[in-house]
Design a binder for this molecule. Structure first.
Ligand SMILES: Cc1cc2nc3c(=O)[nH]c(=O)nc-3n(C[C@H](O)[C@H](O)[C@H](O)COP(=O)(O)OP(=O)(O)OC[C@H]3O[C@@H](n4cnc5c(N)ncnc54)[C@H](O)[C@@H]3O)c2cc1C
Length: 364
């Protein structure tokens, strides 16, 4: 399937790109994976597990950070729920890495954020930072699903998705803004999709993908108590340019799915389905859009008044003893997937925090 999906792309006029991390992402490529010894090399295996025996590392599992402790603009620690017991941890420096949805939540629960909005949910503002929780960005997918009847589709060598491409939804764009992905399984839009899909088990999917969205969402709080849920409004497809780009990507996926290289499985398109013409895809895309799980941007780094984090020190503007080093500090979502850029942020933050030159960082 991996070879044939690449060939199918080439049959529609796409160029093979042997290394989309070489400087140009455009073209169809084999997906690069963090795999070592047949297992995903995640950040736990790569960075933390090898340091488990070090005397200066303590890991508290099943421990939920409830809020930061702040004394006159100096962060002094964290209030935690440690397996049902609430306590405090003191620190002269706190490095927040809760991710793009939870880092702004923790700041706001601590009174750090847009002061007027905090007052509305009965939280006393401690430090007015209007950009906290704003600028939420994500990558978005909309599936084109083909059934293969009684014929199962072979899985990839190591993953169900092994081929993708970066393409321009409009040839006049300076860089690609879409990232269609091949999956050797039918990926019916579920979870948070506006219209839930279902269908036969044998099939494959070409996911239309929007990777340079113009829409911006936000994370806010629903109330002052730790159990009051945060509210995530992705504001997905609120800009027509995003709708147009995702429609173009879905249209391209339909074309690739019909290519001769995939005909041995006799695929029949079931979503959007033959009754939906290329000119009627907007409703389909709005009803099937799902997250690619790449949220960023809610504690944006920068030097202007709505930025949250200083780009050279990783410190939260206007506070002492608090840094952020996760996907929330990205000002703009990268075109590619977000895991490696987040690791890069963490490596750079680590170098700054220990005062070592950035070029001294070595990859595990
Ligand atoms: C299902 C899924 C698949 C993905 N696949 C890919 C992929 O194939 N390639 C890719 O590049 N990216 C992928 N991503 C995106 C990638 O995982 C993220 O961009 C990256 O992990 C972001 O890192 P982070 O450190 O900002 O946040 P996270 O990795 O989310 O880390 C935040 C951590 O903080 C913890 N936390 C949050 N709140 C609290 C609290 N109050 N107290 C204590 N702990 C807390 C969380 O449990 C979590 O462990 C995927 C994401 C998901 C969800």
């Amino acid at each position: 399937m991996t070879v044939r999906s690449r060939t199918a792309g080439e049959q529609t006029g796409l160029t093979y790109n042997p290394d989309y991390n070489s400087g140009s992402v455009e073209g169809i490529s084999r997906i690069q994976l963090n795999v070592r010894d047949g297992k995903r090399l995640n950040t736990w295996r790569a960075y933390l597990k090898p340091r488990l025996g070090d005397g200066n590392l303590t890991i508290l599992t099943s421990t939920h950070a409830r809020r930061l402790l702040i004394d006159d603009k100096q962060v002094t620690g964290v209030e935690v729920d440690f397996r049902g017991r609430v306590g405090t941890l003191s620190a002269h420096e706190v490095i927040l890495t809760s991710g793009a949805l939870a880092s702004p939540e923790l700041l706001m629960r601590s009174g750090i954020g847009p002061a007027d909005e905090l007052c509305e949910v009965d939280i006393d503002p401690v430090h007015d930072l209007p950009g906290v929780g704003k600028n939420l960005q994500d990558h978005w997918l909309s599936p084109v699903i083909f059934t293969t009847g009684s014929q199962p589709v072979p899985m990839g060598e190591v993953a169900p998705a092994e081929v993708h491409l970066f393409a321009k939804s409009d040839p006049d764009l300076p860089v690609p803004d879409t990232q269609p992905l091949f999956f050797s399984v039918p990926m019916y839009a579920q979870d948070s999709a506006p219209n839930v899909q279902s269908g036969p088990v044998n099939g494959f999917t070409l996911q239309g993908g929007l990777v340079r969205p113009a829409s911006r969402g936000e994370v806010t709080l629903s109330g002052p108590n730790p159990q009051d849920p945060s509210l995530v409004n992705p504001n997905v497809l609120s800009e027509q340019a995003d709708v147009d780009a995702l429609v173009a990507s879905v249209r391209q996926c339909r074309e690739i799915g019909r290519a001769e290289a995939l005909s041995r499985w006799q695929p029949t398109e079931i979503f959007p389905g033959p009754e939906v013409s290329d000119d009627e895809l907007e409703d389909y895309v709005r009803g099937s859009v799902v997250t690619y799980h790449h949220q960023v941007g809610t504690c944006r780094m920068g030097q202007d008044e709505t930025s949250v984090v200083d780009p050279s020190t990783f410190k939260v503007h206007g506070l002492e003893g608090l840094c952020i080093a996760d996907a929330s500090i990205m000002p703009q979502i990268p075109t590619g997937n977000t895991n490696a850029p987040t690791i890069m942020i963490a490596e750079r933050a680590a170098a700054v925090l220990v005062g070592s030159p950035l070029e001294g960082i070595t990859t595990p």
